[in-house]
Design a protein around this ligand. Structure first.
Ligand SMILES: [Fe+2]
Length: 482
């Protein structure tokens, strides 16, 4: 399976008249549910901490309201999932486990370090839907809580390798909230009947202060010696790369208060981090530049988009930022009209923008291109005074074929120790055998990419399909902290 990211599909399916009727009912139900709360306040007007009491009581009333109207159910498996059972979540393994089954040999010039991948791992087993008077709404697979899977590669002075494995949930604040409640609590907001989606929006905000969970399941990246997980509906979560514990949100000392792109890019030369943040409300798309030491937001500019798009990746060259604009839009007002939250407009236009690193909206030079919905960029580079962007001339294409019913995720390139050519290294990837239900990590020599992997590392438990990974090369003495 190719590693891919957010591919939301939303199908509003209720006509406008029924929405109106349903929301009238919604308002009536809310009113009757709030009345007992008001009576309680009248009976007990003298409270020492009125604010706290109101918050707690309102929370209880809203919980009771949701519990009485919304019923969580497991989603049935799709036919394709029956043959791809590895989408199902797994439990945390606990302490790191040393791996004993390695077929082949880990190369001597493979760098010591940590191969780590993020992915969706729903906290309460199967994906959930809710059924209510407003209709049905469902979580989709990409909304599962982030789970990290890490392999620690260490080598002793005799060249003998030790590999250990550990997995752990990313514990964002919303993760901790649901875990503490020990039941699904956030109502699904992406797929389903329009009234159900709207009701979920409102009730999630009222109960938890946010529309959706902070899943942090899409990517993992390093900047200025710290490691972060990310999904682009919220801020990055800093983690301990050895224990996989989650620390805090990373808001760059309070200067970034909006979503954060899943694929931030390191600027060549300066080491700055170029980020984007797309939102469903204005400003729809903001570009930021974080200093190399990670302490300062050096640049923040509204790109003045006239719509919200699902822009997943930004490109960088020595001097420029590359931005993609395409007709995949997010608009909650469409749901209120019985339409789709996220829509791909086949008649829409697409463009690629090039702007100086510290430019603004007016400095972007836009190039009209065929309509597309490109989530990822291969590469961007400058050639003299020219800059090549999306369609670079392909220099070399090679394939590595897996055996039948084997699927991979989270593949990354790892430069070998002392390597200097562009493909001087290894592709490392999680690989799952659907027939035996065994998961492995394969190491493939990129100089012989069509050949068998040089090493196949069998993992102590199944690793579900997931999203993006990275390899962090660090010395043995640090890894031995695991
Ligand atoms: Fe991605």
């Amino acid at each position: 399976m190719a590693s891919s990211c957010f591919a939301f599909q939303v199908n509003g399916s209720v006509n406008r008249q029924s929405i109106s009727q349903t929301f009238d009912h919604f308002k009536t139900s809310l009113s009757s549910s709030v009345k007992p709360f008001l009576k309680e306040l009248q009976r007990n007007p003298m409270r020492i901490d009125v604010s706290k009491t109101m918050k707690q009581t309102t929370g209880r009333v809203l919980d009771a309201f949701v519990d009485s109207l919304f019923h969580f159910v497991d989603q049935p498996w799709l036919p394709s999932q029956i043959f791809q059972s590895n989408f199902a979540p797994v439990e945390e393994i606990g302490e790191a486990v040393q791996i004993t089954t390695i077929e082949g040999k880990i190369p001597a010039d493979f760098p010591e370090g940590i191969y780590i991948r993020n992915g969706s791992n729903p906290l309460f087993g199967d994906l959930k839907s809710t059924i209510s008077m407003f209709g049905r709404s469902s979580h989709i697979w990409v909304e599962g809580e982030g789970m990290l899977h890490a392999l620690y590669f260490t080598k002793d002075t005799h060249g003998n390798w030790t590999v250990s494995y550990k997995n752990k949930y990313v514990e964002s604040e919303t993760f901790k909230l649901e875990k503490q409640r020990n039941r699904p609590s956030f109502l699904p907001t992406v797929e389903g009947d329009s009234p159900a989606i709207l009701a979920a929006y409102i009730l999630n905000v009222l109960r938890f202060g946010t529309v959706t969970k902070h899943i942090s399941n899409t990517n993992i990246f390093e900047h200025s010696g710290k490691v972060y997980t990310i999904a682009e509906n919220y801020l990055p979560q800093e983690i301990d790369i050895f224990t996989l514990e989650t620390y805090n949100d990373w808001d760059i000392n309070g200067s970034w208060d909006r979503p954060f792109s899943s694929h931030p890019k390191r600027a060549p030369g300066t080491g700055e981090l170029v980020i984007m943040g797309v939102d469903a409300k204005k400003p729809f798309c903001v570009l930021g530049i974080i200093s190399a030491d990670g302490k300062k937001l050096s640049h923040k500019v509204d790109l003045k988009f006239n719509k919200s798009i699902l822009c997943h990746e930004v490109g960088v060259t020595q001097k420029y930022n590359v931005i993609m604009d395409y007709p995949l839009t997010v608009d909650i007002s469409r749901v209120a009209k019985g339409g789709q939250l996220i829509k791909y407009d086949k008649e829409g236009h697409a463009r690629i923008g090039v702007m100086p690193r510290y430019g603004d909206a007016d400095s972007i030079r836009w190039f009209e291109v065929e309509p597309h919905c490109t989530f990822h960029l291969f590469n961007c580079f400058e050639d003299g005074d020219e800059m090549e962007g999306i369609s670079e001339e392909l220099i070399k294409v090679e394939n590595h074929n897996f055996k039948e019913n084997h699927f991979c995720s989270g593949a990354v390139f790892v430069s070998k120790d002392g390597g200097y050519e562009e493909d001087d290294g290894y592709i490392v990837s999680f690989v799952h055998d659907e027939d035996t239900n065994v998961s492995q990590v394969h190491i493939i020599d990129t100089k012989k990419f069509g050949s068998e992997p040089v090493a196949k590392i069998t993992l102590p438990q199944r690793v579900p399909y997931g999203f993006h990974g990275t390899y962090i090369a660090i010395p043995t003495k640090k890894i031995n902290k695991v």
